[in-house]
Design a protein around this ligand. Sequence first.
Ligand SMILES: NC(=O)c1ccc[n+]([C@@H]2O[C@H](COP(=O)([O-])OP(=O)(O)OC[C@H]3O[C@@H](n4cnc5c(N)ncnc54)[C@H](OP(=O)(O)O)[C@@H]3O)[C@@H](O)[C@H]2O)c1
Length: 284
Amino acid sequence: MKVAIIGANGQLGTDLVEVFGEEAISLTHKDLDVTDFESLNILKELKPDVIINTAAYVRVDDAELYPERAFQVNAVGALNVARIANEINAINIYISTDYVFDGTKGKPYTEEDAPNPISVYGLSKYAGEIFTRNYSPKHYVIRVASLYGKAGASGKGGNFIEFMIQKAKNREEIRVVDDQFMSPTYTKDVARTLKKFLELKPESGTYHMTNEGFCSWYEFTKAIFEILGWDVEIKPIKSSELKRLAKRPMFSALENMRLNELGLRMKPWKRALREYLEEKMHIF
Ligand SMILES: NC(=O)c1ccc[n+]([C@@H]2O[C@H](COP(=O)([O-])OP(=O)(O)OC[C@H]3O[C@@H](n4cnc5c(N)ncnc54)[C@H](OP(=O)(O)O)[C@@H]3O)[C@@H](O)[C@H]2O)c1
């Protein structure tokens, strides 16, 4: 099986390339631009069996200022990939987000819940999902959440864990919201699970793929320093204190209902966090 990975040097892309090994065809932003249909012709020559599209405009606050940029990459980009996947008869995998939900459900969202995005980023990703579903019959929409991985998000200049560790090292004050809940997810686990998932050839559709469980960003930060064994003071704050441009869902935990039905259970988020800290050699 040949698996083309778009966004190959991004946070998730890096782990996908590693996990798929010899099957992986790495495609970075230099090789193709999902917003430029002509540049996708390279896929006709490569003839992959599967395309995993991780390319995204991920700056959630900036997307409020530049909605057309977010829609170009996250929505039109998804349409372009869907069209080319169709032409070469490849399976099309679109990586989506928990931010398609509004966060008002109060318990974890399953694949059966209706999206209702509350930010431009969420809306643009939801539009990407719709294009993927409607234009590529052989598709998977894979929703992940609050990603961290060894490469750090290239679109965000790092990841949350490394930002917190750096702040602690610099002895800066650490203030984290305790009223926003999500399912923190290790990109290596997504990559490993996606590989097993493809081997099972499940039916087309939408699947949630996050580490098990959920927590607030405050609890997540506490867990980082607990595992590291560092005595760091963390001040819990409310989201309203941050005055960010984009609204975030207050409770966007995902339940991997359909994945669990396939027997592909992801590990709990705290265990994944420990593994990440080991991989980055913060602990031994
Ligand atoms: N990070 C999160 O917390 C999170 C949460 C939920 C869902 N997701 C979704 O998960 C996926 C992967 O996220 P990530 O954290 O791995 O992001 P990332 O590190 O920013 O990776 C995105 C990759 O896409 C490339 N890219 C951006 N625009 C492109 C374009 N127009 N054409 C081709 N390539 C382009 C980037 O390359 P350059 O940097 O060189 O432009 C980068 O390699 C995205 O679909 C995102 O929406 C992420």
